[in-house]
Design a protein around this ligand. Structure first.
Ligand SMILES: [Zn+2]
Length: 362
């Protein structure tokens, strides 16, 4: 296939996938099947025929209205189809190799679905999020793409750990050092303990401490926890000591982030399989953190350096666009997804350009 033909094909395929993503975005948060029943008009229930299901084109020909009842159809449907088509075409233009391109298309589809679900519901569905994480790790194991497996796993844990700890230190300051809610059998206290031990004695020790604490809680049916101020304070001190004492045998920052990320992702996976709390608002699980799990997904696909570039893009874009829209509650996933895609395609170039700008690059 010539590259021009491939790009056109990618756009059409992306638009068709985008049409399916519209169904996913609407039905997954509502816990409905994405394959049955077939699409129908939400106003009159009229089942859509093949002529009404052509991505972008049907909406344009029907001037954004249902053919049956005339109810207006949101412009977001063709917009999601066009966006997915353009991103698929961009990927085909920049990275035309197979089977890598198929994986990149899957990565794009996952990010588009997660972004619009977050815009609609301020939630990040675990099925899609962990699906993307395990797809990235699986591809790394089989194809050494997007990166070798060891690197992908390391980066997934570190990136999840970075975002989890930004949240923890942030809420510690906001709550003025008051202790957080104790979650059984695994929650932020366990994560902070793992981070503290990891920061002093390396990632393996941190992970073991976290899982032992989790097991102890489950075994004794109560939460054994140190105050957040103590664990997070000592966790911050570990890397400083490791830096100041040259003979110190552990890399403090590596241990801190790996242990925190390991507990964040395994704890998140545990909570993903728990039934949702019915009516008691106090039962709502704090450890739902969608941003942290998305950071794990992005880490597996991008690596640590490009992830940090993407995070910077996300923070800047979120601040600028959030201010422009004057929104109070800003969904962060779309910005993280945008930053992630920019970093996936251009991260290494941006890092090289920035290091060159600082005068320290190659
Ligand atoms: Zn209708």
């Amino acid at each position: 296939m010539t590259s021009a033909l491939l790009i056109v094909f990618a756009f059409v395929l992306g638009a068709v996938i985008g049409s399916f993503l519209n169904v996913v975005i609407y039905r997954v948060p509502a816990r409905k099947s994405v394959v049955y029943p077939p699409s129908s008009c939400p106003s009159c229930g009229h089942r859509l025929g093949p002529a009404e299901l052509v991505p972008i084109v049907s909406w344009a020909l029907q001037r954004g209205r249902c053919k049956h009842c005339g109810a207006s159809v949101s412009a977001r449907y063709p917009a999601v189809e066009a966006l997915t088509g353009l991103l698929f075409a961009l990927a085909a233009w920049l990275r035309p190799e197979f089977p890598e391109l198929l994986l990149i298309w899957a990565f794009i589809a996952i990010l588009v679905a997660l972004s619009f679900i977050d815009i609609d519901t301020y939630t990040v569905p675990d099925g899609i999020n962990f699906g993307g994480l395990f797809l990235g790790l699986g591809a790394a194991a089989l194809l050494a793409f997007p990166q070798p497996f060891g690197q992908a796993l390391d980066a997934a844990l570190i990136c999840a750990g970075v975002i989890a700890l930004i949240g923890s230190y942030g809420s510690l300051v906001v709550r003025r050092f008051r202790d957080g809610k104790r979650e059984y059998p695994v929650g932020l206290h366990t994560l902070h303990l793992a981070a503290m031990v990891g920061a002093w004695f390396g990632p393996a020790a941190g992970l073991v401490a976290g899982f032992l604490n989790w097991a102890l809680n489950a075994r004794t049916k109560r939460v054994w926890a140190l105050p957040d101020g103590l664990t997070l304070g000592l966790a911050a001190l570990g890397p400083v000591v490791a830096y100041l004492v040259p003979a110190w045998p552990f890399d403090g920052l590596h241990g801190l982030f790996i242990a925190a990320g390991g507990l964040a992702l395994t704890g998140g996976l545990y909570w993903a399989f728990q039934p949702e709390p019915e009516d008691d608002p106090d039962e709502v699980v704090v450890m739902g953190f969608g941003d942290v799990k998305l950071a794990g997904l992005l880490g597996a696909w991008l690596g640590v350096g490009p992830f940090l570039v993407g995070l910077m893009v996300a923070v800047v874009a979120g601040a600028v666009i959030g201010l422009a829209l004057r929104e109070r509650k800003v969904p962060f996933v779309p910005y993280l997804a945008l930053g992630g895609l920019v970093a996936f395609f251009f991260g290494q170039d941006l890092i090289g350009w920035y290091l060159g700008y600082l005068g320290v690059g190659p």
